[in-house]
Write a protein that binds this ligand. Structure first.
Ligand SMILES: [Zn+2]
Length: 408
């Protein structure tokens, strides 16, 4: 086999060149997005989550039309303002409260993260639904960081008059649905949270049960069922990735909450401690609309379940809304035998993408997150499998970079 050494040499050479390519591509780790999502989830705080719940619970039952309800509305506006939002709005006759984290690349498309701030007048409505509101506020808190950017917008909505028949959410859909893409951003998906603290099994046990989980429900009998299932699956995956203690389960009978009016238009799911019809409706939660729905009734384990819902939703929203960190990053190159790469920042001034024959495939002028741009092209199959040369001008120091990225 005289030819073997030559062949071996060629193969060796190819492997060497491939290793160079791999190194170049790794100058910007592909998992960077999930690293940012991880950092955002790590900045969530269970004590903040509990404090938000307590703030609302202290105002009483918040029944629609009462003074307690008006106080809650004012309290929510103040909180969102304290967090740094200057675009808080009151919507419809029911006075839903919302603010929006504006996307940096596609601000006119948004995800909705929501809960209802009204409650039943029998107690503090700490679980139904101050717990969901606390999730929304904790999400709004971490996304208020101006260095955390998202591709798409995220609207944090606190509905009113849910207990009167989903009136606030219905009014929002009636007033805004027809104007998507003009006066209203396009709705990409809607995640409602309603009672997220208490899973003690059915019949309910004194303490949390071993099989405790988070119930993500969509409505199989709706026009957007396929999209809603896809959103539920994203949340299921997000739970695995980001929730510290509890798994998620997907159900098909979303019911009796503010995601309902959205279900025939867009992906819409509800997140709860239990399935609404088969469990809560059958007595799984003794605090539901009773005098026990008070802040002090819930145990550390109950709060931990609620906080896992926060981790799941916010981690998933990071992925869906395309979170990135606009802080200039420095990436250490572990190789020592190769000349050090200059450090890229996230935002490019200009991007051009060529195939390996040097033919230009795409370009973008103006400030843009280059990785999001690249991924967008990949997802839209503008870039089929292969190697591409990315050429970009860094906003930080105006230096020009060329490197290879592989599309699998
Ligand atoms: Zn509720």
């Amino acid at each position: 086999m005289a030819s073997k050494p030559t062949l071996f040499l060629i193969l060796n050479r190819i492997v060497f060149i491939l290793s160079l390519l791999t190194f170049t591509a790794a100058a910007y780790p592909p998992e960077y997005d999930s690293l940012v999502a991880r950092a955002v989830v790590d900045s969530l705080d269970i004590d903040q989550f509990k404090a938000f719940d307590k703030g609302l619970a202290d105002l009483g039952g918040r029944e629609y039309g009462t003074q307690s309800n008006s106080q809650a509305r004012q309290w929510l506006q103040n909180k969102l303002e304290d967090l740094g939002y200057n675009n808080i709005e009151l919507q419809s006759n029911y006075q839903n409260v919302y603010c929006t984290k504006l996307g940096s690349i596609s601000p006119d498309s948004m995800y909705i993260v929501s809960a209802h701030y009204d409650g039943m007048p029998v107690a503090e409505a700490a679980n139904d639904d101050a717990s969901g509101c606390a999730l929304v506020l904790e999400g709004a808190r971490v996304f208020a960081n101006p260095l955390i950017k998202t591709h798409y917008s995220i609207r944090f909505i606190l509905w009113n008059a849910e207990e009167k028949g989903l009136l606030g959410a219905k009014a929002y859909v009636d007033e805004r649905e027809p104007y998507q893409g003009s006066a209203e951003p396009v709705w990409l998906g809607m995640i409602q949270h309603d009672m997220i603290l208490y899973d003690h099994g059915l019949p309910p046990q004194p303490t949390q049960v071993a099989g405790t989980d988070i119930d993500v429900e969509y409505q199989a009998n709706s026009q957007a069922a396929a999209k809603s299932l896809a959103l539920a699956e994203e949340l299921f995956d997000g739970c695995e990735a980001y929730a510290s203690d509890y798994p998620a389960d997907i159900g098909t009978r979303m019911s009796n909450t503010d995601s309902d009016p959205f279900k025939n238009y867009i992906a819409a799911v509800s997140i709860r401690e239990n399935e609404r019809l088969a469990e809560i409706g059958q007595g799984a939660d003794p605090t539901w609309h009773t005098q026990y729905d008070e802040y002090d009734y819930f145990s550390d384990e109950d709060w931990l379940l609620g906080f896992n819902c926060v981790q799941m939703t916010i981690g998933t929203i990071c992925r869906l809304a395309g979170v990135y960190d606009s802080t200039p990053v420095s990436i250490e190159i572990p190789h020592t035998n190769i000349q050090k790469q200059p450090v890229l920042s996230t935002i490019a001034k200009e991007i051009k993408i060529f195939d390996t024959l040097g033919r230009k495939i795409a370009e973008h002028h103006g400030s843009c997150n280059w990785l999001q741009y690249y991924k967008g092209l990949k997802n839209r199959k503008v870039l089929p499998a292969g190697l591409y040369i990315i050429q970009m001008i860094d906003t930080k120091d105006n230096s020009k970079y060329r490197f290879l990225q592989a599309v699998n």
